[in-house]
Ligand binder design. Sequence first.
Ligand code: PHE
Length: 462
Amino acid sequence: MENKPKRGSFTGQLGFVLAAAGSAVGVGNLWRFPYLAAKDGGGLFIIIYLILVVTFGFTLLTSDITIGRKTGKSAIGAYTEMNPKWKFLGVLTFFVPVIIMTYYAVIGGWIAKYMVAYLTGEGGAAAKDGYFTSFISDPVQSSVYAVIFMVVTAVIIYRGVEKGIESCSRFMMPILLVLIIFVAVYSLFIHHGDRNGLQGFMVYITPDVKGLTVKKFMAVLLDAMSQLFFSLSVSMGIMITYGSYVKKDVDLNKSISQIEIFDTGVALLAGMAIIPAIYVFSGLSGMNAGPGLMFISLPKVFASMGVFGNVVGAAFFIMAVFATLTSCISVLEAITANCMEVFHTDRHKTTLVLGIIYTIASVIISLGYSVFYCKIPLPNGTVGQLLDLMDYVSNSFMMPFISFLSTILIGWIVRPQWIIGEVESSGVRFHRKQLYIIMVKFVCPVIMIMLFLQSTGLLAKL
Ligand code: PHE
């Protein structure tokens, strides 16, 4: 055995599933899934998404987690062990969380600000026009919230895999589930004028295929596919790192299904919470994605709910903080674990250095809305700030490319049996084995390249 620093591990299957679900459930579930569902034909999007989860999602998640457990390493070390010539893929993968970490705590800070507003009874003020803009363009306030979020994340990572990541996920994920169910059910009972929540729910789940063309269908498919990636936290090395902390007797098959169910369940519930509410109070045509939905439209909805609005708003933003924090932890952990392996440093020192670097980075990114304000044209035709640039590079550009390369490596170089053997090593049968082989060898590489071309704007040019 070579001399390596001591690695932590999750105590068992439940701890692992909750931590991985913690990474998977994030703003993608809360502000992107409902938006896409409303835009892409309600039930139509849901059906396509569900099919993709059990095919693509399953393949990519199985690959990442199994690579981690089999090698016991994070992305750089793991890909090098699979094939030394493919070390570059590990390095590329490592850079995804490195980039995401620069802005994730900034978004976390925004959500924390709203949580504080609702908990201190200031929800009404948060619904006023200009509240969000004046907050993010206030250099001091926005930076302070980003720094607090970053420091809390670093402290959890400092405490290690079991005492930090696992215990925090064990506490937050069940509460998150209860809160989102509460808001989702509440949403069904609201009414305003001649509209009610139940009608909104029907709009959400009924497949709308009016005027559906092949082109439109392809667009929905690609939306669902890129959502899936982001949502499951695959192809960024995070699930490789978490997989490396899973004990050998844990049933990977079952764990992977549970993570898929948790992540998709929360996305569906978020749609159920948000779509009927927006439908009832303002109609779905004005529904937007991202910060606009969470920080502008939803506070207005909560304000129209009367006295109860503050309670629902508080429940919603506590849940959102938990979702973002557990994702943020997983991003920093992936970076920390890779650094520990490459530089042979211990966890405490590594976290301290990374914590300082990313606190500075978070401040710079959050100042992108005030002191460093600039307009950056992106290759997909949109214009954004620093945060959007980082988001674009990591999600639209690098992730599909990494998935493409990693499925080629597994499907054609180390061969699917390398993965299957590890899944079955704990004495279980690999369900969906044939599906996995076909997906990883043929379907994934083709679709990933298409996704890459589409998000870089190259598909439109072809
Ligand atoms: N999977 C998270 C979500 O759905 C997003 C995320 C991105 C998490 C990057 C970790 C890293 O929102």
